[in-house]
Write a protein that binds this ligand. Structure first.
Ligand SMILES: Nc1ncnc2c1ncn2[C@@H]1O[C@H](COP(=O)(O)OP(=O)(O)OP(=O)(O)O)[C@@H](O)[C@H]1O
Length: 256
């Protein structure tokens, strides 16, 4: 799937997955693959199971039926190959930006020099250079989310699982962060699965959009063929962007 990506062992493979919370079925025979370095946006109405899919990929929950693989290896729980970015910033308030970013290296017993180098490099990558000694309360919402991103990136995950990561920031910051995530992805080659309620965000960030409908229905896939590198200025009003946005909008409302 995803024509821009050659067919290799998928970074993520969801095959025939069924999942229910107690008696409530949420996913039924769900299958999709994500290629290495691909960004896939999961879009759909509240309660259709998007976060559940992320939690299955993260290994926080296990499927009732079917399987989930990362790089061809079955998922049996969380692992350092997958990093999760949440809507809430999930930073340690008592640690500096640098300490937050380097937390995974500290847990892994890496030297202070390595921790400092990772903090410096990742802070620079997300546009927080010079803020390594600041505390989270001294940052804006957008900066805190950059710090969360840097903390996940410092662990060098193969896959980033992002659950509405920019929902809590203002529109301008959100658009900037969308560009940032694409820039970071191009620099690191990280595979991304990104949950959002926004069609524009899904089309701007995703190489592919999976549109979920009612619980248990197979999602519809839309390829996004926008010229790279994408930028808000160039792409937002591009006829291809608007056409795809309208196509997904209509599909969403056919389902409703
Ligand atoms: N821990 C849980 N226990 C029981 N039911 C749950 C649990 N988590 C989610 N659900 C239910 O599973 C369904 C799918 O939830 P999920 O959070 O995956 O949807 P979503 O598409 O991510 O929704 P939203 O866009 O609102 O975040 C919903 O009906 C929800 O109420």
């Amino acid at each position: 799937m995803g024509s821009a990506f050659p067919s290799v062992v998928p970074a993520l493979a969801v095959d025939g997955v069924g999942f229910a919370y107690g008696g409530l079925p949420v996913l039924d025979k769900l299958s999709f693959h994500v290629a290495p370095g691909e960004a896939v946006a999961l879009l759909g109405p509240s309660g259709c199971g998007k976060s559940t899919v992320l939690n299955l990929l993260a290994g926080f929950i296990a499927p009732d039926t079917g399987s989930v693989h990362v790089d061809g290896v079955p998922v049996h729980g969380p692992g350092p190959d997958r990093g999760m970015v949440f809507q809430s910033y999930a930073l340690f308030d008592w640690m500096t930006v640098g300490e937050n970013i380097a937390f995974s290296l500290r847990c892994a017993g890496r030297s202070r020099t390595e921790q400092r180098a990772a903090a410096r490099d990742m802070a620079a990558l997300v546009g927080l250079a010079g803020f390594e000694s600041a505390y989270p309360y001294q940052l804006s919402g957008g900066m805190r989310q950059r710090c969360s991103l840097a903390r996940v990136l410092a662990a060098k995950p193969r896959v980033m699982l992002m659950d509405e990561p920019f929902a809590a920031v203002d529109v301008q910051t959100r658009e900037k962060l969308q560009e940032e995530i694409l820039r970071i992805q191009a620099a690191t080659g990280t595979t991304i699965v990104f949950v959002t309620h926004s069609i524009d965000e899904a089309v701007f960030v995703g190489h592919r959009v999976l549109l979920f409908g009612a619980c248990g229905q197979a999602p519809r896939a839309f390829s996004v063929d926008l010229p790279a590198p994408r930028s808000q200025k160039r792409n937002r009003l591009h006829p291809d962007f608007l056409a795809l946005r309208n196509q997904i909008y209509q599909a969403m409302h056919e389902d409703a």
